[in-house]
Design a protein around this ligand. Structure first.
Ligand SMILES: Nc1ncnc2c1ncn2[C@@H]1O[C@H](COP(=O)(O)OP(=O)(O)OP(=O)(O)O)[C@@H](O)[C@H]1O
Length: 268
């Protein structure tokens, strides 16, 4: 029987890298459970190992020690059950928005479904991010925010059990970023996806997450604290701005980052 409270399980994970100067220990003693449908933010100073941890869950890398499990199975490589959204969207520039999504849909469902069904999936994904009107445009013809939406649509079109996002809004201006955060909140409310998102942004982490996983500074970074964000949903950024609980969560993350892990940069 699978327990929904332990959908993703990370046991005693460590990751080191071979470098010209010897072995570099990036992460140590990572232990974390993520429940089905939970939204988890990974936050920490630059270079602490957030992407390293996300890549391990994605199965893009193999841990130096420990075990990662998704839905009761050891993570042994990338799979369509865990879709990644990157900061630089990574769309194929010569294909239309529709084409980019269709490619992912074909990869996951191509052997099982008709052309019509695949097209319907692609159209539904575009609609989910409000981009039906841009289906036939190429990445070079749309804005950064739209490209990022296509990246999200592409990931969601695979119906992944887990959505992995590596600073998905990092390259966007503040207004576009806020809009996409709100859209993501609405999408996740609809799809009940389990999400792990790397971010540098304290407000983004508190607004979106059920759980904020705060990493200590590297080298050999580990989880310093896990903050449960118990703000009711749906969440409204304007109302939350004046909410006392919101402010307390925000302060807890800022204290962790700038008081307790404030001695940054010299390690980098
Ligand atoms: N393939 C690799 N080989 C050697 N060192 C690596 C490799 N990948 C990551 N590192 C090192 O591991 C540490 C963690 O890197 P990682 O990219 O996970 O940090 P991060 O928290 O995501 O940083 P940022 O917020 O700046 O994106 C860094 O010191 C980095 O230089």
């Amino acid at each position: 029987m699978m327990s929904d409270s332990k959908y993703i399980e990370i046991f005693n994970v460590a990751q080191s890298f071979k470098t010209a100067k010897g072995i570099f220990p990036a992460l140590r003693d990572i232990n974390l459970n993520i429940a089905k449908g939970e939204f988890v933010a990974l936050i920490g100073h630059s270079g602490c190992g957030k992407s390293t941890l996300l890549n391990l869950v994605a199965g893009l890398t193999v841990p130096s020690a420990g075990t990662l499990i998704a839905a009761n199975k050891e993570i042994a490589g990338p799979g369509p059950d865990r879709a990644m959204v990157f900061q630089n969207h990574s769309l194929l520039p010569w294909m239309t928005c529709e084409g980019n999504i269709m490619l992912a849909v074909e990869r996951v469902f191509g052997k099982l479904e008709t052309r019509e069904q695949l097209r319907a999936r692609t159209a539904a994904a575009l609609e989910l991010v409000g981009l039906s009107h841009a289906a036939h445009k190429r990445p070079g013809e749309i804005s950064g925010g739209m490209k990022q939406r296509v990246g999200i649509a592409r990931a969601l079109s695979m119906e992944p059990k887990v959505l992995l996002m590596d600073e998905p809004f990092g390259a966007l201006d503040a207004l576009t970023r806020a809009k996409l955060q709100d859209e993501l909140l609405a999408i996740v409310a609809q799809t009940h996806s389990t999400v792990i998102m790397v971010t540098h942004d304290v407000d983004e982490a508190v607004l979106l997450s059920d759980k904020i996983v705060m990493l200590t500074n590297g080298p050999a970074a580990t989880i310093g604290e896990v903050l449960s964000v118990e703000l009711p949903r749906p969440r409204n950024r304007i109302e939350l701005a004046e909410d006392n609980h919101y402010q307390q969560y925000r302060k807890a993350v800022i204290d962790f980052l700038y008081t307790r892990q404030g001695h940054v940069e010299k390690a980098a």
